[in-house]
Write a protein that binds this ligand. Structure first.
Ligand code: HEC
Ligand code: HEC
Length: 357
């Protein structure tokens, strides 16, 4: 029990960027010794929004690990070809490099895959907000024809028949392999996909002079003349609300109104996060804009005129230099993945099978 307590506290430290780990280890590894890691990153103090995880039990850690295994496992698809990670790829900010990603039998998804980053801060799922919780969302791709094209029943059967999965479910949950637990494991892994500590965070939170002149200018433009903050707001640079910016107006799908049936929602899509934007292109709900520069040019011209255009979208009159600065700002939002910290993976690995405290 003492051992697992220490392991848990180490795990937590890694998530809160190693601040307490540093207190325990006499010589912290070089990558953890950065002064930024010593600042208070509690949710209250931080714009990064690292959740308090000090209370995670070994069981909860097992749930996250099980979710990770499920997320990357093509055995969840009908023909063993596709996993969640086929379309939500870690190296692309858990988005896809394809305009419209493909699932089983190369069937194209209807929209671009959104980046699954810091979704613990999110309150509504999909570009059109048709689902609320990550748990509810997690089961849906399993049965969608152009994603995993399987049935929940078949997946539950496969999991119950696999010694490894059965053991992992029994260790993580009191009632083993169930539909609810499948959803819970995947959703809780997604909540661990936290990205933070970008140069912008280091500047804003820790007042470190890490930004170039152009990035600083871009941050200023984001907050002033660019007006980006009006929608890309909060810790995840996304208001979790729906806006019509006119992307693919007239040729694309109708977005939120298809779900709500309310005409005033026509052409509205959920504001995506800007975190790790350099990795998540192509951009927008249909992947129709290739580069960050083209995205900023799109805003500079005032989106695409249409009867439902959001009142906040107007021509910006940015100079070429200002467009470049906003692009540099966007690139400076690339942060580390907390879950990828090798120390953390090591500790989580050690906890496997240790059961309740
Ligand atoms: C074939 C590609 C593909 C596969 C496979 C896939 N997804 Fe997605 N995912 C998408 C697309 C496309 C969307 C956006 C759909 C929309 O908004 O209408 C999406 C949306 C999401 C969202 C919503 C994020 C947000 O910010 O709204 C989550 C969460 C998610 N997927 C998780 C998963 C999980 C978990 C799996 C595996 C069980 C999975 N996806 C499998 C393509 C895929
Ligand atoms: C009125 C709200 C609003 C404002 C203001 C706004 N955005 Fe957006 N942004 C959105 C919405 C909504 C989308 C998704 C649109 C779509 O997919 O059709 C989006 C998409 C993006 C994307 C694509 C991200 C991705 O993963 O696909 C980037 C980058 C972006 N905006 C940057 C900016 C910048 C830079 C500014 C300021 C110049 C800005 N936005 C101003 C609402 C807004």
């Amino acid at each position: 029990m003492i051992v697992s307590r220490i392991l848990i506290s180490c795990f937590c430290c890694n998530i809160v960027l190693a601040s307490c780990l540093m207190a325990q280890e006499s010589s912290p590894p070089a990558d953890l010794s950065h002064p930024f890691l010593q600042v208070d990153l509690s949710p209250k103090a931080s714009p990064v929004g690292i959740p308090k995880v000090e209370t995670l039990s070994p069981k909860q850690l097992q749930i996250v690990n099980l979710g990770r295994k499920l997320f990357f496992d093509p055995a969840l698809s009908v023909d063993g070809s596709t996993s969640c990670a086929t379309c939500h790829r870690p190296e692309h900010g858990f988005s896809s490099p394809l305009k419209l990603p493909t699932g089983v039998a190369d069937r194209e998804a209807k929209r671009h895959a959104p980046a699954i980053l810091n979704r613990h801060l999110g309150s509504i799922q999909f570009w059109d907000g048709r689902m609320e919780t990550l748990e509810e969302q997690a089961l849906q791709p399993i049965e969608t024809e152009n994603e995993l094209a399987n049935s929940i029943e078949a997946v539950l059967k496969m999991l119950a028949e696999s010694d490894e999965y059965k053991k992992a479910f029994d260790a993580a949950f009191d009632d083993g392999v169930t539909k609810q637990n499948l959803a819970k494991a995947i959703a809780n892994f997604e909540r661990a996909l936290i990205t933070a500590e970008s140069p912008i965070d280091r500047f804003v939170t820790a007042r470190e002079s890490v930004l170039t002149k152009s990035q600083r200018q871009g941050l200023w433009l984001y907050e002033s003349k660019g007006g980006c903050w009006q929608c890309h707001t909060g810790q995840n640079y996304a208001d979790e609300k729906f806006h019509n910016t006119g992307v693919s107006w007239g040729v694309g799908d109708l977005g939120r109104s298809e779900h709500t049936g309310d005409e005033s929602h026509t052409g509205q899509f959920k504001t995506p996060t800007l975190r790790n934007a350099a990795l998540t292109g192509p951009y927008m709900h249909d992947g129709s804009i290739k580069t960050l520069r083209e995205v900023v040019e799109f805003y500079n011209q005032g989106g695409t005129e249409n009867p439902y255009l959001d009142a906040k979208i107007k021509p910006l009159n940015l100079t070429e230099q200002e467009i470049d600065d906003l692009v540099e700002f966007l690139k400076a939002l690339e942060g580390r993945y907390i879950w990828e910290n090798p120390k953390q993976a090591e500790v989580v690995g050690d906890l496997e099978g240790s059961g309740e405290e």
